[in-house]
Ligand binder design. Structure first.
Ligand SMILES: [Fe+2]
Ligand SMILES: [Fe+2]
Length: 313
């Protein structure tokens, strides 16, 4: 019997976290710029020191993030996306079984915070996001969504679910239609063969205007992976599933691209994703949460929406 070639991606957790942080730094910076332009009278939530830190991190992040997106944009093709979904649903795929809390601990352990660029562990980011929502009196389902929204990053360690960092993190966009200029570094899509495809390169591509956001094949990554895991294994509302599925879809929820594909009911989802976003981006500077003290509260919350407790990943 021939020895199978190991094509699994290197399990580079710290590397993933570093690029994920750099991507976030740019989104924080861009969000700040947008806020400055649009709402002059909003009270500033940033002090001057934070601004400088953000700006410095933005500059450092730029080269690295640009190289990351060059790879992501070249490789996220329709073909890759169909193959990724086929692998996800393949009966041959070993699906680890864990509770949500076990998944949080696993992600934290795998994507450890030994990288000097990384300021926060995964568990801290998830808890901060949820705690900020809880402080603001957001509904319990939304707090839980904050707690779990990045668990899709576990895909880096689940056999056959991804090829590298480029199909785990980063902003997302639909494939199968023309890449919008409002995506970050749009010029890098020139290296994607779909840019020259006779159908995929047209404005609407394989879709109809008004088809609904759920019809779009979103670029493969931790958002889509977690959405597929959750959609029939929890009782969270559709707004929560949209927050998970589209939280990295900045071209849509921030830049207003791809709006022509929205159908009736999608406005509520866009509203939900926009309500979620500040907690993801801006709760990172809060004080580190005390995991052991908060665990009981969140275990009960998880049980409320995951009645069968064990999740197939
Ligand atoms: Fe994320
Ligand atoms: Fe996040």
């Amino acid at each position: 019997m021939a020895t199978a070639v190991d094509t699994r991606p290197p399990r580079d957790g710290p590397g993933l976290e570093a690029i994920s942080d750099a991507v976030d730094a740019i989104n924080v910076f861009k969000g700040r710029a947008t806020a400055e332009e649009s709402a002059f009278d909003n009270p500033s939530v940033f002090d001057a020191d934070k601004d400088k830190t953000t700006f410095r991190r933005y500059n450092e992040a730029c080269d690295r993030v640009k190289a990351f997106y060059a790879e992501q944009h070249a490789k996220q093709t329709v073909a890759h996306n169909l193959a990724a979904r086929e692998r996800f649903y393949s009966p041959d795929r070993h699906r680890p079984e864990m509770t949500v809390w076990e998944a949080i601990e696993k992600l934290n352990e795998l994507v450890d915070d030994s990288d000097p660029d990384t300021e926060l562990s995964q568990i801290q980011h998830l808890l901060q996001c949820a705690e900020a929502m809880r402080r603001d009196g957001k509904p319990r389902w939304m707090q839980l969504t904050g707690l779990i929204h990045d668990l899709g990053k576990l895909m880096l360690f689940v056999d056959g679910c991804c090829e590298g960092q480029w199909d785990v993190v980063g902003d997302t966009f639909p494939v199968g239609c023309r890449f919008d200029e409002r995506c970050i570094y749009p010029e890098t899509f020139a290296a994607n063969p779909d840019s020259y495809h006779e159908v995929y390169s047209t404005r609407h591509g394989i879709y109809e205007p008004g088809c609904g956001m759920d019809k779009l094949i979103m670029s493969w990554g931790h958002d889509e992976y977690l959405y597929l895991v959750l959609k029939d294994q929890c009782t969270l509302p559709r707004e929560a599933l949209a927050m998970v599925r589209f939280h990295s879809f900045y071209p849509w929820h921030r830049e207003g691209a791809y709006m022509e594909f929205m159908a009736e009911g999608d406005e509520e989802l866009l509203h939900a994703v926009r309500a979620f976003n500040p907690y993801d981006l801006y709760s990172k500077s809060d004080d580190p949460p005390r995991v052991e003290e908060l665990k009981k509260y969140y275990l009960e919350l998880i049980d409320e929406y995951f009645p069968q407790k064990i999740v197939k990943w």
